[in-house]
Design a protein around this ligand. Structure first.
Ligand code: MTE
Ligand code: MO
Length: 499
C-alpha cells in the first residue's frame, strides 16, 4: 500500500521540478514565476502591522549576522521562504492526495490533474491580482496553468506506478526476504534521482539565460565625469562608504520577490481622474521633454542607524511641473495619485509639485535607464521623503481632489514620510597617535548644518563637513582624535539647518 510519506516525497520532488521549470520560463522567455508571485500575493493579504514586524525582524537578523547588504539579504530571505513554503505545500498536498487516493479506484492521474488545476487557478488569481500577466495575458496565464496541471498529472502517474510496484510484490514476501522493500526503495531512489537531475538541469539553463539578459547596460555618467565636489579639501577617511553609490551596490527594497519586468514598447504612462481628457505618454515622449538632473540620496525608513538601506546616485528625469500641461488637471484637483505596476501607489500634493521643480519622474540613474529592480522605466522622486513615498514602475497618474493614504501609510506607516536627520560612523583609522573617524550625515532636503563626534562618551567635538553633491544628498564628514591608546568607541550626531 502507498503511504502518505510517499505522497509527501513525491509532492516535494515534483514541486521542486515545477519551480525549476517556471524559473527557466521566467529567465528564458519572461513568463510569470508563480512561486514568488503567490508569495507576494499572500504577503499583500496579510495585515500591515504583521508585515511591518516581519520586515523589522528581518533587518535585525541581517544586521546581527553582519551581512554586507541588508537589502539583498532580506530579499534573498523572502525568496528562500517563498520557495521552501511552496515545496512544503507540495509535500503536504502530496501526502493528503495519497490518503484520498487510497479510498478511490479512479486513476490517480485524474485526481492529480484536478489538484493541479486548483493550485494553478490560485496562482492565476495571484498573477491577475498583482497584474503580473502584462504581456499576452492569455498565453502567459495558460503557461502558469499548464505547469501546475503538468505537475498534477506527473503526480498521479507516479502514484499509480508506485501502486503497481507495491502490488506486484506479495506483501508477505516483504517479511520473508525483503524483496518488496527493495523494489520500492529502488523505485523511490530512481524517482528522486531523475526528478532532481531534471530540476538541476532546468534551473541551470534558466540561470544561464538570466545572466545573459542582465549584461545590457550603457555608458554611465560617472564613468566619464568627476563629482561636482571633487575639489573639496575635506576628503573622506579611508573606509567611509562611497559618496556616490555604484549602481550594483545600491540597496533595493520593495514588496516584490520578483521585480515587475515592464516592456518599454508597450509601456504607457496613463493619466485619469480629474483631468480634462485622459492622456497616454510613451517613454520617448517623456525623454523628449527638457531633462532634470539631480544628485539624490534615497533612504528606506527601515534603514537601521549606520545601515546600508541608503544610497546616492545621479537621477535624471522630467520635472512633474513639465508634464502638468499634458496632464490637463482640472482646477478642482489637489493631489496626484501615482500607481505602480505592482499595485503600489502614493499621492503627492499638486501644491508641492507646482512649487518644487525637483519633484520628478525619473528614468535614468547614473546616466543609464533604471534597472528592472530600481523601477524601470519610471519612478517618482520627492525631496525630503523616505523611499516608501517614491513609487517605482509607475504606470498611472490620477488627479484627485482629496488625499489618500499611500500603500505603506495604509499599512500604518508614517503619514508624511519625511526623513529623520541621521548620522553614522563608517570608519575609524589609526594614523600614529591620531585616530581619523569618518562617516556620513543626512537630513533629506533640509541640509546638514553641523556634525559632532565623540569618543568614549566624552565631550562632543565638531566634525569637518565635505561639500555635499547637492542639496538633496548626504554629506561626508571627518574628525580627528588625539588618542594614543586603543580601543575606542565613536558616536556621531547631526543637526539639520532647522536645529
Ligand atoms: N512600486 C513600488 N515602489 C516602491 C516600493 C514598492 O514596494 N513598490 N518600495 C518603496 C520603498 S519602501 C523604498 S525604500 C524604495 C527603494 O527603492 P530602491 O529599491 O530603488 O532602492 O522604493 C519604494 N518604491
Ligand atoms: Mo523603504
Amino acid at each position: 500500500m502507498t503511504k502518505p510519506i510517499h505522497g509527501a516525497l513525491t509532492g516535494a520532488l515534483l514541486t521542486a521540478a515545477l519551480i525549476a521549470v517556471s524559473y527557466a520560463g521566467w529567465k528564458i522567455a519572461g513568463l510569470p514565476f508563480a512561486p514568488f508571485d503567490v508569495f507576494d500575493w499572500i504577503v499583500r493579504l496579510l495585515p500591515g502591522p504583521f508585515v511591518t514586524r516581519v520586515i523589522e525582524i528581518n533587518v535585525l537578523i541581517a544586521r546581527a549576522i553582519g551581512v554586507s547588504s541588508i537589502g539583498a539579504t532580506t530579499k534573498a530571505g523572502d525568496q528562500v521562504i517563498a520557495l521552501t513554503g511552496l515545496v512544503v505545500t507540495g509535500a503536504v498536498s502530496g501526502a493528503l492526495l495519497f490518503i484520498v487516493l487510497q479510498l478511490s479506484n479512479e486513476p490517480a492521474v485524474l485526481f492529480g490533474a484536478i489538484l493541479g488545476a486548483i493550485l494553478g487557478s490560485l496562482s492565476l488569481i495571484a498573477e491577475t491580482h498583482l497584474k503580473r500577466l502584462p504581456m499576452h495575458p492569455l498565453a502567459t496565464g495558460a503557461w502558469v496553468m499548464a505547469t501546475w496541471i503538468g505537475w498534477g498529472i506527473s503526480f498521479g502517474w507516479v502514484h499509480d506506478r508506485l501502486h503497481d510496484v507495491l502490488a506486484a510484490d506479495d506483501p508477505r514476501a516483504e517479511t520473508r526476504d525483503g524483496t518488496s522493500r527493495t523494489t520500492r526503495r529502488r523505485f523511490l531512489v530512481r524517482l528522486s534521482a531523475s526528478t532532481l537531475s531534471f530540476t538541476a538541469a532546468t534551473a541551470i539553463l534558466g540561470a544561464l539565460a538570466g545572466r545573459r539578459g542582465r549584461l545590457a547596460t550603457g555608458a554611465r555618467w560617472s564613468d566619464s565625469h568627476a563629482l561636482p565636489n571633487e575639489a573639496s579639501l575635506v576628503t573622506p577617511v579611508r573606509g567611509t562608504r562611497a559618496e556616490f553609490t555604484r549602481l550594483e551596490d545600491h540597496y533595493r527594497v520593495d514588496t516584490n520577490t520578483r521585480a515587475p519586468q515592464l516592456d518599454v514598447d508597450s509601456w504607457r504612462l496613463t493619466s485619469g481622474g480629474l483631468v480634462d481628457r485622459p492622456c497616454t505618454l510613451t517613454l520617448a515622449d517623456l525623454r523628449a521633454l527638457p531633462a532634470t538632473h539631480q544628485f539624490i540620496t534615497l533612504s528606506c525608513i527601515s534603514n537601521p542607524v549606520g545601515g546600508d538601506l541608503i544610497g546616492t546616485s545621479r537621477w535624471s528625469g522630467v520635472s512633474l511641473q513639465r508634464i502638468l500641461p499634458a496632464l490637463a488637471v482640472k482646477p478642482s484637483a489637489t493631489h496626484l495619485k501615482l500607481t505602480s505596476a505592482d499595485g503600489f501607489f502614493e499621492v503627492v500634493a499638486l501644491d508641492a509639485v507646482r512649487s518644487d521643480p525637483r519633484i520628478m519622474l525619473a528614468y535614468d540613474w547614473d546616466g543609464i535607464p533604471l534597472s528592472t529592480e530600481h523601477g524601470f522605466p519610471l519612478r517618482l522622486y520627492v525631496p525630503d521623503l523616505y523611499g516608501m513615498k517614491q513609487p517605482k514602475w509607475i504606470v498611472g497618474i490620477d488627479a484627485l481632489d482629496y488625499w489618500v493614504p499611500g500603500f505603506w501609510v495604509a499599512r500604518g506607516w508614517d503619514k508624511e514620510g519625511h526623513v529623520a536627520t541621521t548620522a553614522a560612523v563608517d570608519t575609524a583609522v589609526r594614523r600614529g597617535s591620531v585616530i581619523e573617524v569618518g562617516g556620513f550625515a543626512y537630513a533629506g532636503a533640509r541640509g546638514i548644518s553641523r556634525v559632532e563626534v565623540r569618543a568614549d562618551q566624552r565631550g562632543w567635538q565638531p566634525a569637518e563637513i565635505r561639500e555635499p553633491l547637492s542639496d538633496t544628498t548626504w554629506v561626508i564628514w571627518r574628525a580627528e582624535f588625539d588618542l594614543p591608546e586603543d580601543p575606542h568607541r565613536f558616536e556621531a550626531r547631526a543637526f539639520d539647518v532647522h536645529t
